[in-house]
Structures are given as structure tokens and as C-alpha cells.
Design a protein around this ligand. Structure first.
Ligand code: PMP
Length: 426
């Protein structure tokens, strides 16, 4: 029987428990990095004998790689539903993409960003015209807060940063309403699709978005490649963000200085030898997901998420962190929570050492969001535990984590743990 969702590698991975026993690994940390699709692995495998420097060689392998690299732009453009005229710049990841955009803004651009966003979306913007918007309690309030801020903003270029889905709570933001509001005030928008793209069709929510950023390693491709897709004019007038070969069209020696003319977008912002293997992997993942029935992905994840939520509700002392609660327009399979009387870091360590389960603990590179949600949920301490689901999960993973948490709360850990360099170790 064929599964209705694409298969990922590592489904049969086993990991050692503290006892030395090997058990199947339950990777419940898809929001950090998702496992590679089998089809992506095969595509990378096929490319490896061929890889060569892109745009720089006359040899056959260089020509093949240059073609693969340039075709990848089309796959990514189609995947996010971008305009034909949009630039597709390959970067290392979402963080790199947002930093590139931040360095490419016209002088005097007012930037609007919610203070609960991931650090990659919150922090790259500089200057006096950065407007931090207070955490809204409802999607409607998010739109109202943005509307008021835009009304009060000085004349000039504007950019609104919008998170697709929160990496802390999995809640989907009211993307279309925020985009409409931004555009009604003449502002451009950038969608941080790092967490949305692996779970929902980005093109449906981004028809009007001006820029989209995403990371391959969250999208079932290995590390090292991401993209910034969007309007080319700002990127075209900006000095290159990285300087070196590929970004330069011509360099001449004027004696006292070097005269440099920069390449056009996208090469302008892709200095250095490009990551053709990573970009190909990202493009193949985009292609596989674009051909996939998203209802099947959604159904697979929602079934597991419902099982997870029902199970967690039976763990004594469970407190969930949510931003919008029932009012969230949609939610992907991510839940952050605390368990009363239990340190989140210690719980994560026990789950790994005694049950072969990988989860994340901490503040998830979104310190403002996590701390605020911890305090509103009445939790102790500054850390939470996060379980995040995706195509690599099944019902056994979910029942194992729920059973493990119930057992830890009832009986405590089976081993003793001590803090070594800030991590609990058996
Ligand atoms: N935005 C969101 C919502 C994220 O979840 C992440 C990764 N946790 C990022 C941005 C940054 O992605 P990357 O680490 O791949 O640059």
C-alpha cells in the first residue's frame, strides 16, 4: 500500500538509549529541521558525480550544474506562487534571506515587525524607523495594531514583516489580512514562510506578498540552501550584501582605487561559488511538495496532532502555550508546553536518553514570544518543551511521547541526571 504522503529518509533509524539498547528514533522536532525526502536524497545522489562550479566553467559538468542551478529558480518560484518578474536569490537559509533583504532596503524605509517573531525576522532591521509591534491577543488585533502603526508612519518606503506560522505555537498568522492592510498603506510585505511552507501551500496565501523567504532544511531538503523570492527593484539598487566573485561584472584598476560594476540580480547577491547541491535539493523538495495533494499532508499531520493534543491533555500539569488560541486561522503540528513541577530541559533529556525521542526545549530563538507566553500561561521558569510533527512521524511516535511524559510525571526518571555545560546528562 502506497502512502499518500511522500516518504522521508531515516524512518528506520535506531538510536541508543542510556541502557545501550537500540530503539527506533522518534524525531518529534520537525520545526527545527525536517528529515530529507527520499526523492531529494535520490536527486542529490544522482548529482554528486557531476557537481562542478556553476557559471564559471566551460566543461560539460559545469554546464550541467549551471543548468540545474538556473532551473532551480523556476521550481522555487512556482512553489511560492511568485510573479514571473520576481527575483529568486539563493541564500543559505531564512536568516540569510531576511538579512539580505534588510541590507537592501531603500534609505529611510519604515519597517514593521511583531515583537513575538522569530529572531531571524525580528532582529536584522536597523535604524530609527524600525517599529516593533506589540504582541496581539487575536488575529483581528494584529491587523488593527498594524493598521494604526502604518497610519502614524512617516511618508516613504515601508516594509511589513509577516510570519506565516509560529515556530513556538504552530499558529498560522492572518497573512492575507495583514498583506491587505499593508498594501492599503502602500507598504510592501515579506512573508517568513520557514514554518508555513512545509505544511501548507504557500502560493495560496502569498498571491500578493512582495517577498517570501524560506529554508531548505525545514522543507525536507538538507542544510545549506534557502531563498529570497520577490520584487527585484530594491535588490537591484542595493550594494551586494556579500562581496566577491560572481557579484561583479567588471573590475578595473584606476590606480588609486578599483572600479567595480556589480552584476544584476540575482547574481549580484550570490557572491562566491554557489551551493548547487543544496539548491538542487531545495528545488526538488519544492517540486515534490508542489505536486503533492496538500490535503493529504494536512490530513496526515492533523490526525497525529489531534492524537498528540488529546494525549498531552492527560499529562498531569500540562500547560500549552498559545498566542491566538481557538481564534488562530489555522495551525500546523507544533505545540510548546510546560509540565508543572518539571524542568523542560530535564524532560527533553529524559525523553532522549530513556525513550529515544527527539524534542526541543528552550525559548526557540523567539525569546520575547516564549517568555510572554510562558508568563501568560502561568508556567514556571523561562523554558518550554516543543513537539513538532511532519512527514517523518507516525502514530507510534505520538503514543510513545505521551506515554513517556505520563510515566515521567508518575514515576520520575529511571536514571539520575546532572547538569553538564548547561545540559541535563544521565
Ligand atoms: N523563521 C521561523 C519562523 C523559524 O522557525 C526559523 C527557524 N527556526 C527561522 C525563521 C530561521 O530559519 P533558519 O535557521 O533556517 O535561518
Amino acid at each position: 500500500i502506497r502512502s499518500s504522503v511522500p516518504a522521508v529518509v531515516g524512518a528506520r533509524l535506531t538510536v541508543p538509549l542510556v541502557t545501550g539498547e537500540l530503539v527506533p528514533y522518534a524525531n518529534l522536532d520537525h520545526a527545527a529541521s525536517a528529515p530529507c525526502l527520499e526523492q531529494v536524497r535520490d536527486a542529490v545522489d544522482e548529482l554528486l558525480p557531476w557537481y562542478a562550479s556553476v557559471h564559471r566553467g566551460a566543461g560539460f559538468a559545469s554546464q550541467v550544474c549551471t543548468r540545474i542551478y538556473e532551473q532551480a529558480r523556476h521550481a522555487v518560484r512556482r512553489f511560492v506562487g511568485a510573479r514571473q518578474t520576481d527575483a529568486v536569490v539563493f541564500t543559505r537559509n531564512t536568516t540569510d534571506s531576511l538579512n539580505l533583504l534588510a541590507r537592501s532596503l531603500p534609505k529611510g524605509t519604515s519597517v514593521f515587525v511583531f515583537d513575538t517573531d522569530h529572531h531571524a525576522a525580528l532582529l536584522p532591521w536597523r535604524g530609527p524607523r524600525v517599529n516593533r509591534l506589540q504582541t496581539p491577543a487575536t488575529p483581528a488585533e494584529a491587523v488593527r495594531v498594524l493598521d494604526e502603526a502604518l497610519k502614524a508612519a512617516p511618508v516613504g518606503p515601508r516594509l511589513v514583516v509577516i510570519t506565516g506560522a509560529s515556530n513556538v505555537t504552530g499558529e498560522v498568522w492572518p497573512v492575507n489580512d495583514l498583506v491587505r492592510c499593508a498594501h492599503s498603506h502602500g507598504a510592501r510585505t515579506v512573508l517568513d514562510a520557514a514554518q508555513l511552507a512545509p505544511h501548507r501551500p504557500v502560493d495560496a496565501s502569498t498571491a500578493e506578498v512582495d517577498y517570501v523567504v524560506l529554508s531548505g532544511h525545514k522543507l525536507y531538503a538538507p542544510f545549506g540552501a534557502g531563498a529570497l523570492v520577490g520584487r527585484s527593484d530594491w535588490l537591484q539598487q542595493a550594494e551586494p550584501y556579500l562581496i566577491g566573485g560572481g557579484a561583479t561584472r567588471n573590475v578595473v584598476d584606476w590606480g588609486d582605487h578599483l572600479g567595480v560594476s556589480w552584476s544584476k540580480v540575482p547574481e549580484r547577491h550570490e557572491a562566491g561559488s554557489p551551493n548547487v547541491v543544496g539548491v538542487h535539493a531545495l528545488a526538488v523538495a519544492c517540486g515534490v511538495l508542489a505536486r503533492q495533494r496538500w490535503e493529504d499532508v494536512k490530513a496526515h499531520e492533523e490526525k497525529l496532532f489531534a492524537q498528540l493534543k488529546d494525549g498531552l491533555a492527560t499529562v498531569p500539569g500540562f500547560r500549552e502555550l498559545t498566542l491566538f488560541g481557538e481564534e488562530a486561522p489555522d495551525r500546523v503540528g507544533v505545540v510548546s508546553f510546560t509540565v508543572d513541577g518539571h524542568d523542560a530541559g530535564l524532560l527533553a533529556a529524559i525523553l532522549s536518553a530513556e525513550y529515544g525521542i527527539g524534542v526541543r526545549d528552550g525559548a526557540f530563538c523567539a525569546h520575547i514570544a516564549t517568555k510572554r507566553l510562558l508568563s501568560t500561561s502561568g508556567a514556571e521558569g523561562g523554558r518550554a518543551l516543543r513537539i513538532s510533527l511532519g512527514l517523518g512521524n507516525n502514530a507510534e511516535h505520538v503514543s510513545r511521547v505521551v506515554g513517556a511524559l505520563r510515566r515521567i510525571v508518575a514515576d520520575g526518571p529511571k536514571w539520575e541526571y546532572e547538569l553538564v555545560d548547561g545540559r541535563w546528562t544521565p
